[in-house]
Each structure stands twice: as structure tokens, then as C-alpha cells.
Ligand binder design. Sequence first.
Ligand SMILES: [Zn+2]
Ligand SMILES: [Zn+2]
Ligand SMILES: [Zn+2]
Length: 671
Amino acid sequence: MRTKKLSIVQGPPGTGKTYTSVAAMKVLLREIPKDDPPILVACQTNHALDQILRQIAVFEPRYARLGAFSKDPDIVQRSIAVLREEVRKVKMADDLRLRSAKRMDVIANILAHDLAALGPEHKVLDPNQLLEKGIISQGQIDSLAHGAAGWSQHVENAQAPLELWLGAARVPTAGAQAVQLESNAVEDPETEIEAFRGTEAENVAAGAEAFENLNGRYICVAHSHTGKKSALPAAMTLILEKLLKAKDLWKIPQACRGHIYCVWLNKYKDQISEALRSTATALLEPAEDRRIGRWERDLLVLGNQRIIGMTTTGLSKYRALICALKPKICLIEEAGESLEGSVTSACLPSLQQLILVGDHQQLRPACHYQRHGDALHMNLSLFERLINNNVEYGVLSQQRRMIPEIRRLLFPIYGNILTDHDLVTQKSHRPPIKGMGNINTFFLDHTWSESKDTDLSFVNTQEAKMAASLFAYLVRSGEGIDKITVLTFYNGQRKEIERLIRSSQCYRDQANPNLEVRTVDSYQGEEKDIIILSLARSGTDTIGFLGNVNRICVAMSRARRGLYIFGNSGLLWSKSKTWAQILDIMAGRAGKVEERPWQFPCRVGSSFPVACEAHQRRTFIGDPYAWTEINDGACQTPCGKTMECGHSCPRLCHFDGQCKCRKCSGDSDPA
Ligand SMILES: [Zn+2]
Ligand SMILES: [Zn+2]
Ligand SMILES: [Zn+2]
């Protein structure tokens, strides 16, 4: 990897892609000359970028991060926005940024001057601005002031005479009060992915830097009042045009004044909207100059770093800036999930070495439109394309995440490539799931029907109840909320399960519950001790993208110690070869013995086999209502623990740990 121009490394789940990337960084930094340009590191998501930078920071303090979505306070300190402050005081001989900012200010002032007249705080237009635009004459202004003088002792402002003249013909604009500043806050793209609305395959890249907050001067264009157009006799309508030229405006009949004012207002709007267009166009050039000026300054900052991190979207967004740094080495993480365009934009003229780390068997690049993905093959990453074309690549094969019982389920996808690190076979590192009596994987088979929610996403209410109840049960059995993630392919199902868990007693009992209910598409690169996978589809003849092998791969490989799946096994078996193989392995009926190095009893069934921690007695849960039977305890056996008083606890097997002696307390009420 150290000397090759192009290195491709496939890292299946749990094989330590990030670890390998960081190790490569360490070696490269040691070997390249100290004054070499910085090494680029790009990741698919902001979350992944923070993760890798955190590990790099341990041995290399001189790193910077482009883009604004870091959640790590230490990394924020290394963001370009913060580092920029350090050079803000440094005077540049000819600061293009300042010069163009001044030019932009001048133009903005012109815009503001014209637009301000339409601000909601003004009761009427300023007659002087009407004069400026040639809409009324100086004589008419004078007549306004002259006439107004008779009504009022002193004139407070330029608008007052016009306001007086309009009188009752001035009426509020319809909807004027509804105008308010809308928040520019970007929803957290990683927790609230509204993917899969409408068509199934439409999805949004998590963490894509698609939005930037608007900032700068704010001018509200929403005039609060207009002229009242009272009904006029036909004869009057005809002379309106003539009235516009009246020398003394006060001679215009009151009934016509609203009409006249509306004509002025419309003329004013027409004129400024024309002018706005050309003035706004004039902003483009200094704006571009200012951007270049900023980059000139950013170069001062970035040139001093040894590593620069950004998202793959950032690679194209900051391409000009990056190009000016003349980087020689670029490493791209999750390259199997990156659009080909993003990666090729990193292939700058100065580049000597490109390292792609990823896994084309996990999620593919996300396209906003399905037709771009499937018909135009835009969901094919450069990584996968190179591998498909027999470019040499290495594979990381030792996995440190999943217990063998879970890892064996990836056989249909990776064959026998994956081997287990010692860590995952040791019970001290991967203890069995509490409350499950050594059953660490299980497929609950059901035929409950799916439905669609208001966003046309799939929901399976019965299954959601079952999954939420299992979640609560595991928490009561002693697995922490932060050790469990519920995964589902559909946002509708995700929302339903999250709603159920949030309303459950066990959730409300927690002090600071860190609940994770996520879609598979947002969960690549992450892992948890226990995964509850809710497949939702059942009742029709299709399984939608449950059949997508890349997604199956991600869904099956997130769990370290326990994986519990809910779905319709018959439907999956008949619709997907991969699911059929997985189900065969789980049911213990896989074809050749050598294909199933780890044998376990059947892990598929129509009722869920829980087992209480205290007695290891099995209870089978076949439907959501059955969970209520084990509300307080996991089995129907008496607790029987010997208490301090010497008696044994008469309560039925219970979760709460509060053994209670009826004989000593004299409490005859059966618990
Ligand atoms: Zn028990
Ligand atoms: Zn007890
Ligand atoms: Zn007692």
C-alpha cells in the first residue's frame, strides 16, 4: 500500500477498515518529507470523518477539517473556520477577499435602498423614491406637502403627507401579518433521514453537505399596506390615467386615491424588479473573487497541515482549493459507497498515490433518482468498477466484531473469506445476551400484514409491537439501552418502533436514554452489541429492497453479540436467494457441511424463546400480547432467593431485584 500508485483494499464488516486506514496514515506520515503537501483523507459521512480524525489526532496534531458538520468539540477546533481566525490578523499585500467584499457591500447597499421602501415597517412608499424612479413629479410632491400642511402642524417624515393624502384609502395587505423569518436550521441529516418517501429506492446520502446556512444581510420585502380599490363609476375609470398627471394631487377625488396609489406601487415594483436582476448579476463577479480570496487565505492555513480531512462530497466542493495545495497522496474511506464522480474529482494533476478503502458488497453510492442509479449505473462506485475489471486488490479478512454465530450468517455474501479474531470467541469479550438463555441469534417468523403510512413508507404494526417489546424485555433483563439498536429498512417502520419504545415504561424509567432506532441505509460503518432487525414486509408478493444484497449485508453485520430478526421467512425464502441461504443456515439445514463451519440448533421459529436470567426457564412469546405475561418477571417460577431474614422469597420470578418477605412484614397480600 505504501508505494503503489493505486491501492484498493476491501474490508468486509468488522475487519477494521478505519484501523487500517489510520495505520496507513501513520506509516505514510513517517516516510514522506516533513515539507510535503498534506495528505488528503475523505470519508462518506461526517460521522465517519470525525471518527478517523479522532484517531489521527492521537499521533498527528497538525490536521485540519474542511466542512462544517463536525460534532466533536476537539475536531471543531481544527475546522477551517476556526483555523482561519489565526491568520485573520495577518495582513495580505493585496487582499482580494477584502476588496471584493467591499464591492459586494456597495452593490448590496443599492439593492437595500430600493427594497427597503417595501419593508413592512413603512405605512406607505416614500414619495422621494417615487420621484427618483420618475413615477411622480417634483410638482406633485410639492402639492402633497402643501396640501398636508393644512391638515397637520408639523410633518414628521417624508411619507407622512402621502399617508395623510391616502387617508382611508390605505388598507393592510392581505397576509401581511403572516410574514416572518423562517429558521435556516438544517435538520440533523443522520438522525432524521426522510429517505424512501414515495419510491423505495430513492434515498439521500447521510450527512451529505447539501445545505449551507444562509447568512448575511436580511431585507424583508413585504409591504404592509396598499391602496384600497373602491368601486368606481365607469366614467371615473376612464380618467384614472389622466389623474396620474394631476398637478395638485389633493384635487384627485378620495375614491380614486387608492387606485392611483396601486398604480404607483406596481410601477415601483416593476422598476425595481428589473433593476434587481441586473444588480444581482453584478454581484456574481465579486462573489467569485471573494471565494478565491478566501481560498488564498485558507491556503496559508491548510499548507501548514499534514493531514486534511473532508467528506467525499467535500472533495468536489473544495476541488479548486484542494488542487492549489498540490496534494500527492489521497486516501478515501468507504470508497465502495462513494459516487464515482466524487472520487475522480480527487484525481488531481499533482496526485501520485490514491488509496481506496471500502467494501463494494456493502451499501452502494446513493443516487437521488432511481433511474440514475439503475439505468445509468451511477450507483456503481469507482471502487466496484475497478474490482469488476480485475484490478488487483487486497482483502482484510479477520473480523473483530461478530460472534461466530452471527458471522456465519454472512456466508452467502462473503463465502469463507471471513475469519474470527480470538476476541469474538471469548465469552469475556462477547458475553451471551441476558434474558435469552444462550440464544444469541433468532429469526421470528410471522405472517402479520404490512401497511403503508402517510408518507407511503411501509409499516408492520404487529411486528413493531413485537420488536419494541423485545427491546423493553432486554433492557429489563439488564442489557443497557445504549447496547441495543433497532434497525429497519423502512422509515415508516422506524418511526413506528421509535414511537412505541419512547412511550414504554422501561424507556421512561431511564435517566438519560440514548435510543437508537435507525434505517439500514444510515447505519453503514456502525455497530452495536445487540441488533433487533425489523423487516416489516409481509402480506403481499414482493419484498422490495429487502432483496438488495448490499443492504442485507449491512443489516446482518452490525451486531457484536446478538441479532434478532423479525420477518416473514416463507416470503423471503421464495423471493431472495441470499435470504434463502441465510434462513437455511439459521434453520440448520444448509447444504454442504463445509459451508456451515458452526452448527447451532434451529434459530428460526414462530415464537420467541426468552429465558429468565435467574432460573434459565424458557418462555415462548408468539405474539405481542404474550409479553404482558412476563411483565414483572421472565418466568412463572417462584423467585426462591434466600433473603437476609433467612426465609426464601415467595414472589414469582421478578426483574426488579426487590425480594420481599411476607412472613416478616406480616403482609398477607400475595405479591
Ligand atoms: Zn425465572
Ligand atoms: Zn425475589
Ligand atoms: Zn422473612
